[in-house]
Design a binder for this molecule. Structure first.
Ligand code: ZN
Length: 245
């Protein structure tokens, strides 16, 4: 069983389609989505419609999904994020708004190996940045591998007995999930990477082989930027895509 792992797509249809072209369906059996389908980008309906076509095995909500469909007032957002949430809310079709409202909160167990969450397994809105957060996350996780998003930064934490290791993955990192160890991994963001690499990030998990492959793919950044500017969204949201910040 192989899963295509998608996180933080953020209404970037150009990035999502590039990922689907780079990892066509013969390479995976099911799609798993870690939340933040929308917010920031200009194609919330296009992204939701595409995900619906993929019939995800599992899909959970992120903080931007909650803000866009009225489940959260966005008061914790900065101005730009709040403007984007308001624009997204006005732009969503009623059906796609209902789809976002129906998304479950993480954490969610997928199988014997995998659990997913948006922020952290102990709080869907918490950002895991450092080793302390990671230890707490590893202790809260109910499966050997917990995948998370929210920070848009690819990172892998591994704990073997009491020893914690963490690293920022290189391109096409193949992470072998060793028996007895536990893992907390962020595959990075499809639609708004923040690690200085503008390419879309995603992962493929081979459950039987216990291998998680973290990948990057170039996409039409200029087209995504034009969509953002045409929509009247803040210019900064277009600019940051080019530098991956
Ligand atoms: Zn996000």
């Amino acid at each position: 069983m192989r899963y295509l792992i998608l996180s933080d797509i953020h209404a970037n249809l150009q990035a999502l389609d590039a990922v689907l072209a780079a990892a066509p369906s013969p390479e995976w059996d099911h799609v798993v989505v870690l939340g933040d389908l929308v917010g920031y980008g200009a194609d919330p309906n296009g992204v939701i419609d595409r995900l619906k076509e993929l019939l995800p095995l599992a899909i959970i909500r992120g903080n931007h999904d909650k803000a866009a469909c009225g489940l959260d007032d966005g008061s914790s957002f900065n101005n730009v994020a709040r403007m984007a949430a308001a624009w997204t809310s006005e732009t969503l079709t009623p059906g796609n708004r209902d789809y976002l409202r129906s998304l479950p909160a993480g954490p969610m167990s997928i199988d014997h190996l995998l659990e997913i969450c948006h922020g952290a397994p102990y709080d869907e809105d918490h950002y895991i940045f450092n080793g302390d957060d990671a230890v707490r996350g590893l202790e809260a996780a109910r499966r050997p591998l917990c995948l998370f998003g929210h920070t848009h930064l690819p990172v892998a934490f591994e704990r073997d007995r009491a020893k914690l290791g963490g690293f920022a993955p290189e391109e096409d990192t193949e992470l072998e999930l060793r028996a007895g160890a536990t893992y907390l991994v962020n595959p990075g963001s499809v639609g708004q990477p923040r690690d200085g690499d503008p390419r879309a990030a995603f992962a493929i998990l081979d459950v039987d082989a216990r291998v998680l492959t973290l990948r990057r793919v170039e996409y039409a950044v200029g087209a995504a930027q034009r969509r953002i500017l045409e929509a009247g969204l803040p210019t900064s949201l277009a600019n940051r895509l080019a530098i991956g910040r």
